[in-house]
Design a protein around this ligand. Structure first.
Ligand SMILES: [Zn+2]
Length: 294
């Protein structure tokens, strides 16, 4: 725990789901002084209201970390607070309203996130909420955030969104999207993130190819406390439990994890979908270095 009066550095991980944001968050969370919070945008519905498990395995209401954050930030979590935040989110935090920012509810919405970040009691916190719309809200509300945009080949992302995966939280299937929908969301999210000031871009493919080099580069760029990456040995990471409030199933993983590039899309994504995604994501895909023949 750090001096609670000084605001932490906030790192916001943006990108379309299935692009590696959870992996990057877990690795950042192993750096000294850095605390990974998970997808804070889902704290209200999935944590406070539904009581889904924290990354530590405890149900959100029973997790000592989050209980302490809630007490420090708001005098405790409550249903009405969560409902109020979901109401505000509906009013100000929506992708198609990015251009209409300046809404009177924005300050209240941003301040609640700022309180959570501060109450985490760390020098650096990571919020992997992903959505560009929330990043815009935080910036517009004056919250000091550094946005890291995580990108991945859109064909790999489309393959992942087409798969059937059960949520560890409740066993229900995770949302599935078709190839065209994924391609359009990939473009929309990444274009919106690109327009934010001072964005740092990280490619999932670079992260898994050389995690130590990529993480060290990112840490230096973000001005994070130096401490090396002793939790990385070649392509294997050793992860400790993290109090991530929501996110990809990988948030529950503890211990040794092999970081290997998942290229199953090259054999698993139908050629029709591959062409469709390739066309719909051009020219941004090409600008990011994802070539047609990949
Ligand atoms: Zn926890």
């Amino acid at each position: 725990m750090n001096d609670r009066t000084s605001p932490p550095q906030v790192i916001f991980l943006g990108g379309l789901g299935r692009s590696g944001t959870t992996l990057l968050e877990r690795l950042l969370g192993e750096l000294p002084g850095v605390v990974a919070l998970g997808e804070v945008v889902h704290l209200w519905a999935r944590g406070v209201l539904a009581g889904e498990p924290c990354g530590c395995g405890e149900p959100f209401p029973a997790c000592p970390f989050w209980r302490s954050v809630g007490e420090r930030a708001f005098g405790g979590w409550s249903g009405p607070l969560a409902e109020r935040m979901l109401h505000l989110r509906h009013r100000v935090d929506r992708t198609r309203r990015i251009v209409r920012i300046g809404h009177p509810d924005l300050a209240e919405y941003g301040r609640a996130y700022e309180r959570i970040y501060r109450a985490a009691g760390a020098r650096v916190v990571v919020d992997s909420s992903k959505h560009a719309s929330l990043a815009y809200c935080l910036v517009a509300a004056g919250v000091d955030v550094r946005v890291v945009q995580v990108i991945r080949d859109p064909r790999a992302v489309a393959h992942s969104w087409g798969r059937s995966v059960a949520r560890p939280e409740d066993g229900r299937p995770m949302a599935r999207w078709g190839a065209a929908r994924t391609a359009l969301h990939w473009t929309a999210q990444n274009l919106a993130l690109e327009l934010l000031p001072g964005v740092t871009r990280v490619r999932y493919e670079d992260l898994v190819r050389d995690p130590a080099a990529t993480l060290s580069w990112l840490a230096a760029r973000l001005g994070l406390p130096a401490g090396g990456t002793p939790f990385l040995t070649g392509g294997t990471a050793r992860l400790s439990p993290a109090h991530t409030v929501s996110g990809n199933p990988m948030r529950f993983t503890v211990g040794a994890v092999e970081l290997r590039r998942d290229d199953s899309w090259t054999g698993g994504l139908a050629s029709r979908d591959r062409r469709l995604v390739g066309a719909l994501t051009w020219p941004l895909r090409a600008a990011y270095g994802y070539r047609s023949a990949a």
